[in-house]
Design a protein around this ligand. Sequence first.
Ligand code: DOR
Ligand code: ZN
Length: 336
Amino acid sequence: MSKTHTLLMPLDMHLHLRDGVMLENIAPLTAYSFSGAIVMPNLVPPVETLKDIQAYKARIIAAVPNDYFEPYMTLFYKNYDKKFLESISQEVTAIKLYPAGITTNSEGGVSSFNIEEMRETLQAMSDLEIPLCVHGETDGFVMDREAEFMSIYELLASTFPNLKIIMEHITTKEAVTMLDKYENLYATITVHHLILTLDDVVGGMMMPHLFCKPIAKRPEDLDALLNVALAAHPKVMFGSDSAPHPQHKKEACGCAAGVFTAPISLQLLCEIFEQYDKLDNLQAFVSDNAQSIYGICPEFKEITLEKRPFVVPKDYSGVVPMYAGEEIAWAIESVD
Ligand code: DOR
Ligand code: ZN
């Protein structure tokens, strides 16, 4: 008999669903196997008003009519006043901060980390218990951007000790070290950053479908990420950062950043955790830690995966996934 593994209420704590036809094609893939996901607000224009949040949530729910799936909504960070934050606090699960221009559709993000300019917003978020999710990269040399951002995390975490700050999609040993330095710092980790180093992206032929921000780093960074993920460190959560782009925008001169993993992320996680004999810790990484950190209680969903070869489709409605056309070791067996 082949080996199986069951997960309860998986959560993707960092997901891009886009909008329009892309949303309609992509959202069902996550809704099939996850109980819920934190949905990123970097649309064009970004999600930044109460109306935007409610309308986007309605479009997501309409795109997944037959599945139970909770979209946990986020707002695009600006220096908002307290009154506005009070008015949206029940509608969002977190607020997502992008440094201006650092990645896809982030032009309207923060251009200077001036604490005095940010104080009202961040203090109000702390008081209202709205977590701050951060894309932590400077505009420095690409391999150093995340490590350079650590001083900004320290400033934010120490100035607002009651504000929950999530270091999104961490890729470095420096970020892993930071986790234990401040009580109010947490992190998400993608599945591709548990597999790739920069070598896989540009070390041989250039692989556009593995190109993302932040870019995959060095072997020692991969080891540090694997250590905390496999141990299901209570401050880390799975967040795929699955970021679909149409094939022509990836296989182009000027490749868009983003790895599309939504339909295969749980299968890949089983493969990694099994390889290190840590399958028992996967439940905490893909759901339990997130439930405690965010204080959320997703609707029941049970998904069983089986260890058997699965050939990843070449594309999903014009979006090429990681490992397109290749065989991976685990497949989804059933979802209840
Ligand atoms: O690779 C990425 N793609 N990183 C991000 O931060 C944004 C994302 C996207 O929206 O495509
Ligand atoms: Zn993202």
